[in-house]
Design a protein. Structure first.
Length: 319
């Protein structure tokens, strides 16, 4: 993240003392309380999503823009019957002063999280790549999701995964006609757009770990999180994120299927703690999935508000 942000020792101790007392810097009263999620779908466009995390006072903490685009490319030689998928994450000065002249390199957290979300979608077959094939070995659709950070105060991984899945569910690609390997792309005026083959909705959740004693001491004494050596915090702010000493990332869907687990160093945790985190994550994922589907359903009704005038369906009364 923004490593140029300097936190003084006094501020560091103040934030850690707040967390030890189950309080947050932005006024939240619980370590597991998340900020309010707001999903805005751009009218008259497909796959163009704005997401916001709002503080208790109504101000915007983090704001992302996710946009899906599609182009026809040649498939990979190893997979001639499958389309391709890519996620691009971009930070700039709009996200804050700490991101001026900031570039997402191969070793940055943003690049790492982008690849994590990409693998979460691909390895779980959440997106049907075979549906993207037009002419085997010659032409397929390349689906690209661009994630732009407009305002930032933590919560990037969760918000980016929600935005990517919402954008993919909402997007419509142009319909195509193939005759003798000649491909004709139809505009939305000629033919209705085609939905992407989204088979399920995986969402990533990050559990941030803060030590109650030094991590080296925890490892040296061979103790694990069963002995309550750490604080578990959800939806960290930027300053809290810079002070954490470990994280556990889990991706799962509404069907109780664990898609991905990741523990990149830091405070060690036990297998029983992983099971506990999984149970904690499930109701959060279910609630978030319902918000995504509700936002898309509301947008569909707005776009098709005159569809009933073209329908020959009659009202049926059941006694």
């Amino acid at each position: 993240m923004a490593k140029d942000l300097v936190i003084t020792n006094t501020e560091r101790q103040f934030i850690l003392d707040l967390l030890a007392n189950s309080q947050r810097l932005d006024g939240r009263k619980s370590l597991l309380q998340q900020r309010d999620l707001n999903i805005n779908i751009t009218p008259n466009r497909y796959g163009d999503i704005y997401l916001e995390l709002k503080r208790d006072d109504g101000s915007i903490a983090t704001r992302l823009h996710c946009k899906v685009t599609a182009e026809i490319v040649k498939p990979k030689d190893q997979r001639p019957f499958e389309g391709t998928f890519y996620i691009n994450c971009e930070f700039n000065g709009l996200a804050g002063l700490n991101f001026e002249n900031y570039k997402v390199g191969n070793n940055s957290d943003e690049f790492y999280y982008g690849r994590l979300i990409e693998s979460m979608i691909l390895r779980s077959n959440a997106l049907d790549l075979e549906q993207l094939c037009i002419v085997a070995g010659l032409k397929v659709w390349n689906i690209r999701v661009d994630v732009h950070v407009l305002e930032f105060d933590g919560g990037f991984l969760e918000l980016a995964s929600i935005g990517c899945m919402t954008a993919l569910l909402h997007y419509r690609r142009p319909d195509v006609t193939v005759r003798n390997e000649k491909v004709t792309i139809h505009s939305f005026d000629e033919k209705e757009g085609v939905k992407l083959g989204v088979l399920h909705i995986p969402i990533a959740l990050q559990f941030n770990l803060f030590p109650l004693k030094e991590t080296a001491e925890i490892i040296k004494t061979n103790t694990s999180s069963e002995n309550n050596n750490e604080l578990v915090v959800l939806d960290c702010t930027l300053k809290e994120d810079l002070l954490k000493d470990g994280e556990f990332i889990i991706a799962l869907n509404k069907n109780r299927e664990i898609v991905q687990l990741n523990k990149p160093g830091g405070i060690p945790i036990s297998a029983s703690k992983i099971v506990e985190f999984s149970h904690m994550a499930l109701p959060i994922i279910e609630e978030t999935t319902n918000k995504i589907l509700k936002a898309i359903d509301i947008d569909e009704k707005k776009r098709n508000k005159y569809a009933h005038l073209l329908s020959a369906e009659n009202d049926r009364y059941v006694e």
